[in-house]
Each structure stands twice: as structure tokens, then as C-alpha cells.
Design a protein around this ligand. Structure first.
Ligand SMILES: Nc1ncnc2c1ncn2[C@@H]1O[C@H](COP(=O)(O)OP(=O)(O)OP(=O)(O)O)[C@@H](O)[C@H]1O
Length: 236
């Protein structure tokens, strides 16, 4: 399995933000991670990417346990965090070269890879600008470019299109679709059309628990819209 989560729990004080969830993603699957605000999506993603320790349970990425073998697990992952932290004073190319060095890349191979991700993410015309000068959509592209840099086998994208205009949403979706070929992708979103456009499967969580894990085809076969399935499962 590319991602395996087993009985994962994370408590903050007395609150169980993630409450015994289990799910897995096979290689090459693109899975939408849905849930209302505060359901535990970001917390789960932060555990998978090694930014938070679970309170109990296991998580592994590309067969590497995220607690026991954090470095190989992290190397297998490209992560776009929810608030896309970027160094605003850096130029786009400079930032990507810097990020590549953090992944242990260097020299001509790094330069060539940075040019590749700039092309993949449609950043050619912006690559000489400072990140502070970029629109929100282009900053998001820089965050995505950074997450793809080391050619990870798994992408974990936390609300990659939040706050973007409809054109940029469409463009970012295309970037995810093309970069996600041959990769396993877990992404969170509140946009149902996004799920319909990108996913094979949808995992819905509510109050820290998985309340649905189904393929899009299985959900379509119910005859209900994804929106109404979501509302029914998460309004409790
Ligand atoms: N560092 C923290 N300390 C205390 N509570 C936290 C912390 N981080 C998250 N929480 C709480 O854990 C719960 C789950 O939060 P999380 O950010 O994982 O939800 P989410 O599903 O990603 O929500 P959203 O869709 O709003 O981004 C929330 O109630 C949140 O307030």
C-alpha cells in the first residue's frame, strides 16, 4: 500500500481530533479526503507527513512507518500544507533551487528538475518574480512545484485550491491531474466538483471518524448527489 492508516488517534488535551481512523490507498489512486471544518483532515495529513506524532495507532507511507522511519517516509511524500508556507522574499527559481537542496538535490540535475516543475506548473512567465509579487493562484503553483520537486511517489495536498478563482481552480486541477499520473494522491477539499473531476475514491470523515470510504462510482450508483451524501453523513 502507498498509504496505510490503522486505528490512528490524535488527541489535543481532552479532544479526540482524530479518533481511531483506518484507511489505505493503493499505488496510483487519487483519493479525495472530505469532511466539515474541524473534522480532522489536516491533523491526519500532518501525521502522515511527520509534522505531528499520533497519540496511538499507525501510519505508513510507501511501507515506511511515519514514526519509526520518518526520513524514508518523508522522502516518499510531496506535501502541500493548508496555508502553503513560502519564503516571500525569495524569487521563484531561487526558492525552488533552495527547496531542492533541502531534499539533497544539487548541480545540473537540480537545475533541470526545477525547470521541469516550472513548466509543469505553468510558472514560466513568473519564475523571475519574487514570491511576494505573485497572485494567490501562482503562489499555490509554487507550493505545488515544491511538492513535486523530488519526484515523490505520494502527494498529500491539503486544500490545494482553497481561495482561488474559478479559472485558477481549473488550472491547478490540471496541474494536479498531470503531476498525479503514476502517483498516489490524497487531497482534501471542500469543493465537490473537484472530487468529481479528480478522484477515483472519496473518504469522508466527521468528528475524527471515517464515515464513508467508497469509489465515486459506488457513490454515483446511490442516485444521490455527492453534496447530499456529504450533508447526510456529516450533519450529525
Ligand atoms: N494544535 C492544535 N491544538 C489544539 N486543537 C487543535 C490543534 N490543531 C487542530 N486542533 C483541533 O482539532 C480538530 C481537527 O482540526 P483539523 O485542522 O485537523 O480539521 P480539518 O478537518 O482539517 O478542518 P478544516 O476543514 O477547517 O481545515 C479541530 O477541532 C481543531 O480545532
Amino acid at each position: 500500500m502507498s498509504i496505510q492508516v490503522t486505528n490512528l488517534t490524535k488527541t489535543y488535551g481532552s479532544q479526540r481530533a482524530v479518533d481511531g481512523i483506518s484507511f489505505s490507498l493503493k499505488k496510483g489512486e487519487i483519493v479525495g479526503f472530505l469532511g466539515p471544518n474541524g473534522a480532522g483532515k489536516s491533523t491526519t495529513m500532518k501525521i502522515l507527513t511527520g509534522y505531528l506524532k499520533p497519540s496511538s495507532g499507525q501510519a505508513s507511507v510507501s511501507e515506511h512507518d511515519v514514526v519509526q522511519s520518518p526520513m524514508p517516509a518523508r522522502r516518499a511524500i510531496g506535501y502541500l500544507p493548508e496555508h502553503n508556507p513560502l519564503y516571500l522574499d525569495m524569487f521563484v527559481t531561487e526558492f525552488l533551487l533552495f527547496s531542492g537542496k533541502l531534499y539533497g538535490m544539487s548541480g545540473k540535475a537540480l537545475q533541470a528538475r526545477v525547470e521541469d516543475v516550472i513548466t509543469m506548473c505553468g510558472l514560466e512567465a513568473e519564475k523571475r518574480k519574487k514570491i511576494a509579487q505573485l497572485s494567490k493562484g501562482y503562489r499555490q503553483r509554487v507550493g505545488l512545484a515544491q511538492s513535486f520537486l523530488h519526484d515523490p511517489s505520494v502527494l498529500i495536498l491539503d486544500e490545494p485550491t482553497t481561495g482561488l478563482d474559478p479559472n485558477q481552480i481549473q488550472e491547478i486541477r490540471e496541474v494536479i491531474r498531470s503531476a498525479g499520473q503514476n502517483k498516489t494522491v490524497l487531497f482534501s477539499t471542500h469543493i465537490m466538483q473537484e472530487v468529481e473531476a479528480l478522484c477515483d475514491r472519496v473518504i469522508i470523515i466527521n468528528k475524527g471518524k471515517v464515515v464513508s470510504d467508497s469509489t465515486l462510482n459506488q457513490l454515483r450508483a446511490t442516485g444521490e448527489s455527492l453534496e447530499s451524501i456529504f450533508r447526510n453523513l456529516t450533519s450529525l
